[in-house]
Design a protein around this ligand. Sequence first.
Ligand code: SAH
Ligand code: SF4
Ligand code: F3S
Length: 452
Amino acid sequence: MIKNNCEKSVKQYYIKTFGCQMNVYDSQRIAAILESLGYQATDRAETADLVIFNTCHIREKAAEKVFSDLGRLNLIRESRLQEGKDTIIGLVGCVVQAEDEQIAKRAPFVDFATGPLTYHRIPEILEKIRRKKGQTIIDTEFPAEAKFDFLPENKHPGVCAFLAIQEGCNNFCTYCVVPYTRGAEYSRPVEDVITEAKSLVDNGCLEINLLGQNVNSYHGEDKQGKERDLAYLLHRLSEIDGLERLRYTTSYPADMTDDLIACHRDLKKLMPYLHLPVQSGSDNVLKAMNRRHTSGDYLKIIDKLKTANPEIGLSSDFIVGFPGETDTDFKATLELVKKVGYIQAFSFKYSRRAGTPAAIMPNQVAEKVKTERLEILQDLLFSHQLQFNQSCVGKTMPVLFESEGKGKNMLFGRTPYMQNLNAKLDKKYLNKIVNIEITAAGMNTLSGQLKG
Ligand code: SAH
Ligand code: SF4
Ligand code: F3S
């Protein structure tokens, strides 16, 4: 009986994450904060005493989804209320930063809302709510302190972990909300990153993916106060015993220095895969987007990368239907895609974001044209992806198995190229890197078997 009462008194939390990998990392850190306060994770909003949505504002659809999901959450909150149970609802992330004034109007039942740079203040906020529930607390400051300095260690990182080393963006691409939601670029000090990486490895992590909105502009200080770049950091991280794989994302083409490119030749632990968004193949569009590179600059970087490591696989983001994009501009994108031969890519229709310069540019492209162009681009990108996956059949690759797969005795893992792979394999291979022969390949998944 006593045990039951104890169990009932443990508060449960549920976090839903929208958006990019940085939000996934942030949610994991918020979870660590809540667990340090005695909360326990649940994967059902219905049973949670505290529900947090970590939101994304990048495209209209992403932001609107948050508000429709909040509506559903309010119904859950009301039915719990009838059972005499309270639910605290928190919004964090980029929608909060961009729409702080809208939140109280559109979702007055939200108890607190914090921007991406202030979630370390959640404990204080929860304490305030405990004392006085009923009004929405909103915190969208760009604080002087760095949130990273206030976070408990991630004790359960899993075998693949994200590690944020940089946040914010100074590039101001004319379509993008990130510089407004995440603020100016900030790089964490070198030693803080090394300490966190070692702690992740001590807790079982084999692969670290360094994160930043503009990760290759990293310029953190070392012990002597000297600014160091991403190439230096990758060299330092590669020296950590027990760490097997390194990745970094997302990079900005103009910040791909020769030293960083050389890492793809020199560092065995750095995986032969790079996400390097180009957005468009047309110089007119790139200029209107305020990108600091032409398509020629980009192709030169790709050449250097392929020379540094002929095995490298590339991926990118694309936007179609940017204001003023003509058929000729769009064709230039298709040409660039053919030249690079991406193994994977993300492509989006341009979405008008209030407050960004592109939102008020003339010659907005009709929705129908955007849809047509996206379809054409995706057909090409998907065909390259499938071709690459199929070219892997018969090869043997080291696969990091990170979870159980769908189906009996199946394990799920990732190849060096981030391809999803399923294999029928004994559980003893879970959380290990295993040589796997690729036996079949589709667009999104590979199958394989243990190399005998
Ligand atoms: N910092 C990264 C990623 C930013 S957001 C970078 O610079 O590459 C991820 C992707 O969303 C972008 O690369 C871009 O392709 C897309 N994106 C950003 N704003 C957009 C908008 N207004 N409409 C459509 N896609 C957008
Ligand atoms: Fe947005 Fe451009 Fe910065 Fe990427 S580089 S986050 S697209 S402003
Ligand atoms: Fe979205 Fe913010 Fe990431 S707008 S893509 S969650 S930086």
